[in-house]
Design a protein. Sequence first.
Length: 605
Amino acid sequence: MNALAVPEPLPVTLDAEKTALLARLADGLAPEQLYWVAAWSAARASHARQATSHPGTPAETARAPRLTILYGSQTGNAKRLAEQLAARGEAAGLPVRLVRADAYPARELARETHLLIVISTQGEGEPPDDARGFVEFVLGKRAPRLAQLHYAVLGLGDSSYPQFCAIGGQLDARLAELGASRFAPLGEADVDIEQVAVPWSANALAQAREALGKVSSPSATHGATVHALPTRSTHSREHPFAATVLANQRIVSRDSERAVHHLELSLEGAGLRYAPGDAIGIWPTNPPALVEQWLQALRLDGAREVTHEGRTLPLGHWLGRERELTRLTRAFVAAHAAASGHADLMRVLRKEHAASFADLLASHQPIDLLRRHRAAWRADDLVAALRPLTPRLYSIASSPRAVGEDEVHLTVARVDYEAFGAAHVGAASAFLSSIEEDATVPVFIEANDRFRLPADDSRDIIMIGPGTGVAPFRAFVQDRRETGARGRNWLFFGNRHFTRDFLYQVEWQEALKSGALHRLDLAFSRDGAHKVYVQDRLREQGRGLYAWLEGGAHLYVCGDANHMAKDVHAALVDIAVAHGGHSPDAARAWLADLLTQGRYARDVY
């Protein structure tokens, strides 16, 4: 029998970083997934070969009508919606291209004919990190006239913040100003995303389909859409996995001003997979004591059955497991103002009192309004006025290479404070910090592709994570240790007191001793006569930090978005000015370039 002829391998090579990236992608994939990747690659190669063989094809393809779906996502919601839109569009026969905002060449906007944008708003009206460059381009002076463009914008936000869906609104208005035409009105979705996103998406896709015309087959997309890899788990945000609690340990001293817990959960049997940098989603239960406070304040019976959107449940169940009780929103303030008839509440909702309204959202929980401004709420109206309970995301504090694929760790600071003469807690942190071992927690994995370790393990990394922001860097150091990464690891950590709040102190000391951690700079703000924060340590180590970055290091920041992340960014600008010889504008541009390159990544909340 003749031997099977094996073709000579093509003389093609990849650089080290691309090779490492491919290896990371393939790591952990099942055989059927690897076959899918191979088939997808072959299809891409076929399209590329056809384009090379027929010089006219690329230009024709570029001009062919298609719907580009562009997303900017900080926590994954906009990405998830954009992927759903792309899948539904293809199923309807539309030629679709799905692209993340930072991968979209700005020069293409002038040639785009149909564009659908899904974008979130962060903190005080800021774009997600992966969309900063796109947003700046569209809002800036270099944006072209767009008379040929038909567009639609779906903004995501949180109405417990004053600048609700600000970025979506700005893009929608600016594209119209540049001459583009809407094929669907601006959509603005709150944290109960589906209530707005589902009908908006159906209408937007119908309008796009009408504008583009029905394509006979989804294959007419010319390879423009990249499908998501098939998953090995049926568990998701909508169908969470009941993870067993393996450990729940307080990791600060008993006299610490804020309780912080380290939790270890079992994912055995879930089929869920995660990587360092990802987040774990938790569906919490509201504290029973808080539910009782609501019932007492409103003089309502928790056993009273309430029917809402086709479901009938006792009021106590609605309040405990289905409705948001700790976050104040504009919609609930307006509803309570109408129910109570209180003039002060009605006044604060006016545009001219935006600052007072922002203060109200920041300082009050809904229970404070119920106590201060009494109203006769009906149980049915109350359930309808409150927004649905939503999951909380926590940065994962473990590497599966170190703890195993069926285990995941997280770090939780309990929100617990006094205000207006009463105790207040956070729903998720109270739920998690008090949960006992062997109990179960509903969880899912939220991938964070922009917060990843370098594909090239010889790259140095700089990690800035005060408080519980240190969680993902525990995962990073574990992973780099397990893989024998060649790059150096530098951690900046801060908290209030060295003796009370040094999270994972023993682990960091052992990592320094073993060489898994190369540098550790600490800032304990309440231990000295003057408060010292991580941004102060950054400036002190500015020369070395700038040298690491100029040498190719990746920089990561995790923690509070409204204060810490801004202060750290300002410190980095100062460092680039002081040690790089940049002007302030050039320093900001330098950091923006690091963001674009993926070498400056932020996981902020």
